[in-house]
Design a binder for this molecule. Structure first.
Ligand code: GCW
Length: 660
């Protein structure tokens, strides 16, 4: 039993660190469990005038959308109980960070803001780097303990505090057993704890559940018995969880079963489930993460498979599309499906867990990566058709809008492994609520909430200088630079999927054994030879550029106008190709790798100077992790440069400009 202070130091309290609160009188026009939580939070965290009176009122207002809220000097107004809860968290955040709460109207950009947990029922977490699952421990341990309840409640509270309102409790590589009554009992227990924090529960389902769980002969979505099986199962779920959200499905992707196994389409499969869920207002999130060895360019497949089906899906189906066309690389151009599917709802899927961005060993603040994607212009409905506006209902009037983030939570005491990985959970919630926020603002909020200690007299003692100058500013700068640093030392200039095979940590551009499908190797993606390097996706190559709308398609197609950060994503170029800097491609590649290392060394220096401002535990932990990150960046650089040098046959330039 750890003290509150120790748990706080461990980062267990995330951005919700407890402090002393002032007394406050709350008048609340309702007593639902959600409102009760809202009142409890206000009482525990009020930092405004002691003895203030605050009114929490629920009722319609033209300015409000969904679970939005308004703050003013009298209190909080929202049209739903959930809105009040979000208003409370927002108000408390503003009090802690010093942001004005005088007159605020805040509406969520997306209706569903979901975490996807890739948690397996045996308790392991696919691509999880923060310990075992917070939800599952395996078949033999399904009983719900008091510890479980406390943990799920802390989780729900953290999610709600940043506006996350839905959670998919199991891996998209779904075990059919999740629909077994024994497991559903535990799902219900979780749902009951998440509900008072406004969080809806969803499940990932395996398409062949009718066969593998139900004992049927087929899982063909047009088969009557199959449809009946799903109906009965769905009814069973809603009896336990009346506000159940619906299903997330990975079908005909990476070996998962799906409708194509029976000669049916994605639409046939998704619609069957959608019809079954419809009476309960449930939805289907159908993933578009598909690729196969037959397609010569993996980046093209999702578009090719899904575009012909635009308009064929029921209105309670949303196609869930990863931000980029390949797979959660540290940098990808946005998926061309955004804005292109005009008659079908599409939702972005982002990855919070750092599969390709250094697991929980590396400091990489991901808000800039998601901001880059959400604010990218697709041009699909003219200039300003950003990915965000194409998916949030602004441009296309979808009945449901949603955004998902693959979670980075686990049983680690600090939830996410790396102390700074918590910032990515936070950032996802904030951006899902408001995609117009800047990464800078999110970093600012998170750093204040996570590290500022009101009990320390910063600036008034010799040890602690001014906190903003000594800690906030440099740490924020480090965070904002960190993702670009990862790009630089792992996959600069549009390189992609040159990571070590399987675990995706460390360099692996040499991965290309003949026994494996070509699209599972690295050499397929970089295409290096003595003539040059890069994947030709222009009109003279795979023509993936034409999946984008003009003028973007032509801009990407032309090596002179293609942004350099995507150069090798779209172009195969000679090693001596001249870049805008005047350097050759080879020299520029070397420069970027080296610059990445210099950036992480810079982070080490930055962090070392923060020692007076942080508790010892987090200080030492981050310091050690940054040390490892520098060494690993070095391995990345050496590995990649030595590998590519056998093709470029050029020396590593010695006159690398040293920015640090
Ligand atoms: O990023 C890849 C991962 C797989 C994952 C898959 C997917 C859940 O390497 O581990 O499987 O994507 O998104 O389905």
């Amino acid at each position: 039993c750890m003290t509150t202070a120790a748990r706080a130091e461990n980062g267990h309290q995330l951005w919700l660190r407890k402090g002393k609160a002032n007394p406050v009188t709350i008048v609340c026009q309702g007593s639902s469990p959600i409102l009760k939580n809202a009142v409890k939070e206000l009482e525990a965290g009020w930092l405004g005038e002691p003895g203030s009176k605050l009114i929490l009122s629920v009722g319609r207002d033209k300015r409000l959308k969904g679970d939005g809220f308004m703050l003013d000097s009298r209190g909080i107004h929202a049209s739903t109980d959930k809105g009040i809860l979000y208003g409370v968290y927002d108000l408390l955040r503003r009090q802690k960070t010093g942001e004005s709460a005088k007159s605020v109207v805040s509406n969520p950009a997306y209706e569903y803001r979901l975490l996807n947990h890739w948690d397996n029922l045996d308790g392991s977490v696919e691509r999880g780097y923060a310990g075992r699952s917070i939800f599952w421990r395996g078949d033999k341990d399904l009983a719900v303990t008091q510890n479980d309840r406390v943990l799920w409640q802390e989780y729900a509270r953290a999610c709600a505090s940043v506006g996350i309102n839905a959670s998919v409790l199991n891996n998209v590589n779904a075990s059919p057993r999740i629909l077994d009554p024994e497991y559903l009992k535990r799902v219900k227990a979780i749902a009951d704890i998440l509900r008072p924090y406004g969080i809806k529960t969803f499940l990932s389902v395996n398409f062949s559940s009718p066969v593998r769980l139900g004992g049927l002969k087929t899982s063909d979505p047009l088969d009557k018995d199959v449809i009946r099986w799903w109906k009965v199962k769905t009814e069973e779920i809603y009896k336990l969880i009346p506000d159940f959200g619906g299903f997330l499905v990975k079908a005909n992707s990476e070996g998962q079963p799906g409708p194509q196994d029976f000669g049916r389409t994605h639409a046939d499969g998704a619609n069957m489930m959608a019809d079954v869920l419809k009476p309960y207002r449930g939805i289907v999130m159908w993933r578009a993460f598909v690729y196969s060895s037959q397609e010569k360019d993996r980046a093209r497949q999702a578009y090719n498979e899904f575009m012909p089906l635009d308009g064929a899906f029921r209105d309670n189906v949303i196609i869930q599309v990863k931000n980029g066309p390949i797979d959660f690389q540290p940098r990808e151009p946005f998926s061309p499906l955004f804005g292109a599917m005009k008659k079908t709802a599409v939702m972005p899927e982002l990855q919070i867990t750092q599969e390709y961005l250094g697991h929980s060993y590396q400091l990489a603040f991901l808000a800039p990566m998601w901001e880059e994607c959400l604010k990218s212009d697709t041009y699909q409905e003219g200039k300003g058709s950003t990915v965000a506006r194409c998916t949030d209902g602004s441009i296309f009037k979808y009945p449901y809008t949603a955004i998902a983030g693959v979670a980075n939570t686990g049983l680690d005491l600090n939830w996410c492994g790396h102390p700074f990985a918590q910032a990515n959970w936070y950032a996802f919630g904030r951006q899902a609520w408001d995609h117009t926020l800047t990464s800078e603002q999110i970093a600012d909020e998170w750093t204040k909430l996570t590290f500022y200690n009101p009990d320390v007299a910063y600036g008034k003692s010799e040890k602690h200088g001014d906190w903003e100058r000594g800690f906030l500013k440099p740490v924020k700068e480090m965070m904002l630079e960190s993702r670009e640093a990862v790009v630089n030392y792992s996959m600069p200039l549009g390189f992609h999927h040159i990571f070590s095979a399987d675990d995706h940590y460390g360099p692996g551009p040499w991965f290309g054994p003949k026994s494996v499908r070509p699209d599972w190797t690295s050499v397929y993606y970089h295409q290096a030879d003595t003539n040059g390097v890069g994947f030709n996706r222009t009109r003279s190559g795979s023509n993936a550029v034409s999946q984008y709308h003009e003028p973007l398609a032509s801009q990407l197609n032309d090596v002179q106008t293609c942004p350099e950060k995507y150069l090798l994503w779209f172009h195969h170029l000679p090693w001596d190709f001249k870049l805008k800097s005047g350097k050759t491609l080879w020299d520029e590649i070397c420069f970027h790798y080296d610059h990445g290392i210099q950036q992480v060394r810079g982070f080490q220096k930055t962090w070392d100077l923060t020692e007076p401002y942080v508790d010892k535990q987090r200080f030492l932990q981050v310091q050690n992790l940054l040390m490892r990150q520098t060494l690993d960046a070095q391995v990345w650089k050496d590995g990649c440069i030595l590998y590519f040098q056998q093709f470029s046959r050029r020396p590593v330039p010695y006159d690398l400009e040293r920015p640090v």
